[in-house]
Ligand binder design. Structure first.
Ligand SMILES: Cc1cc2nc3c(=O)[nH]c(=O)nc-3n(C[C@H](O)[C@H](O)[C@H](O)COP(=O)(O)OP(=O)(O)OC[C@H]3O[C@@H](n4cnc5c(N)ncnc54)[C@H](O)[C@@H]3O)c2cc1C
Length: 380
């Protein structure tokens, strides 16, 4: 490879997708490629760690992975905020300057649109690090009454996460000896907890029933009246609460909307190659409309496909391996047990999910999922 005119790869967003893509390019080309990875944050946190922080199973310090530890040959990680994207020209403006690229990958994830649900800004959500931290401090003050886990719209990240929240809340209240004084309800806009896997959904619904959790599928929280402490559902029903644990509506970041790359809220891509309509511009992860769930494992799979395509292009070796739409999700069932569902979105005529019963042994698998990525990306 020509090391004087190194290909310039610009990756926006150092989340699941951006970290994996940059790592793969570094592993393949080392200093022979010029990768610029941009993120406005100072650290990465796994989505599932937010549940651990909220329920006091981990401190934020323990789960936060500082970007200064992401050290890869050929990759420059810049802490900047992306303010404009010109996808046609592959030119990106940040608060630190202008970046031009031969290959541009948008991996900016999904943002939370609190304003889309009137009243939510005055209630609590557990999908951001700040929201999970706030709830960590509020939960110990809840000793009786109605708890409502409420999802405000789909699609949202990690479809099983709100179910996990309801089950973990049950355990949390049992451990504090106050479960009998509390009711837990769970409102979900999906028809079942994990629609591509009826077996997983049945197992989760059975777990809700066993624990006395009232499950309301096919409904979303449309607004919240914080004075009356009532959540309004999209069918007009009112649900009173003493504790609200919300999942906000999601959308691509404003900078992506302003760039004109999004259509109907998300970035259209070829689901197998992650190419956008502009040559050498790709989108991976939660912001891209691939038909697969908004989850880290899927962002990572999409990043692998883009890396493979870039590697093939840079070596003048045809095109790369396509995105397989496959991902394994671990699900907290409570009581220390973890279930697993292996999802396959592209092999058959419709998505499938193979269910693995919850066990203590699968907890070790989930831990390896986290520690292996932490070691691979951050060397810690
Ligand atoms: C409670 C919860 C539990 C979850 N559990 C799981 C799980 O068990 N398994 C799983 O696979 N997934 C899980 N997820 C989902 C997972 O976290 C996301 O799907 C995944 O992080 C998406 O990766 P991404 O690369 O698309 O975006 P992200 O990881 O969100 O990264 C996007 C990055 O872009 C940066 N960014 C955004 N806008 C700008 C800007 N203007 N300028 C600069 N930087 C910007 C952000 O700072 C961020 O670092 C969970 C999520 C939640 C909330």
């Amino acid at each position: 490879m020509n090391t004087i005119n190194k290909p310039r790869v610009l990756v926006l967003g150092a989340g699941f997708g951006g970290l994996e893509l940059s790592t793969l390019l570094s592993e393949t080309f080392g200093a022979d490629v010029d990768v610029t990875l941009i993120d406005r944050g100072d650290s990465f946190v796994f989505g599932f760690s937010k549940l651990d922080v909220m329920f006091g199973h981990a401190t934020l310090d323990a789960v936060r992975m500082p970007y200064r530890n992401f050290v890869k040959s050929g990759v420059r990680l810049l802490r900047q905020t992306v303010t404009a994207i010109d996808s046609e020209a592959r030119r990106v403006t940040t608060d630190g300057g202008v970046h031009e690229a031969d290959f541009l990958i948008v991996a900016l994830g999904a943002e939370y649109d609190l304003d889309a649900t009137p009243g939510l800004a005055g209630a609590n959500e557990f999908y951001s690090v700040a929201g999970a931290e706030r709830l960590r401090d509020i939960l110990p003050t809840f000793a009786g009454g109605q708890a409502l886990v409420g999802v405000c719209g789909a699609p949202y990240k990690c479809p099983p996460a709100p179910s996990e929240c309801a089950l973990m809340l049950h355990d949390y209240l049992v451990n504090r000896g106050v479960r009998e004084a509390c009711e837990i309800s769970f409102v979900l806009p999906l028809p079942s907890p994990v629609p591509p896997s009826p077996e997983t959904s049945r197992a989760l619904e059975a777990a809700f029933t066993e624990r006395g959790i009232k499950f309301i599928p096919g409904r979303r929280v449309a607004s919240i009246d914080n004075d009356r402490k009532v959540a309004m559902l999209d069918d007009g029903a009112e649900m009173p609460f003493d504790l609200f644990l919300g999942v906000p509506r999601h959308r691509v970041p404003d900078v992506v909307i302003d760039s004109g790359m999004a259509e109907n809220g998300w970035i259209p891509v070829n689901p197998r190659t992650l190419e956008t309509r502009h040559p050498n511009v790709y989108a991976v992860g939660d912001g891209a409309n691939t038909g697969t769930p908004k989850a880290g494992v899927f962002a990572e799979g999409a990043a692998r496909a883009v890396a493979s395509d870039l590697i093939a292009k840079l070596r003048n070796d045809g095109s790369g391996k396509q995105y397989d739409g496959f991902g394994t999700c671990y699900i907290e069932f409570g009581g220390g047990r973890i279930g697993k569902v292996e999802m396959d979105f592209f092999s058959g005529p419709k998505p499938t999910g193979t269910y693995h019963e919850p066990s203590v042994a699968l907890r070790a698998d989930k831990e390896i999922f986290g520690t292996s990525r932490r070691a691979r990306w951050f060397g810690t």
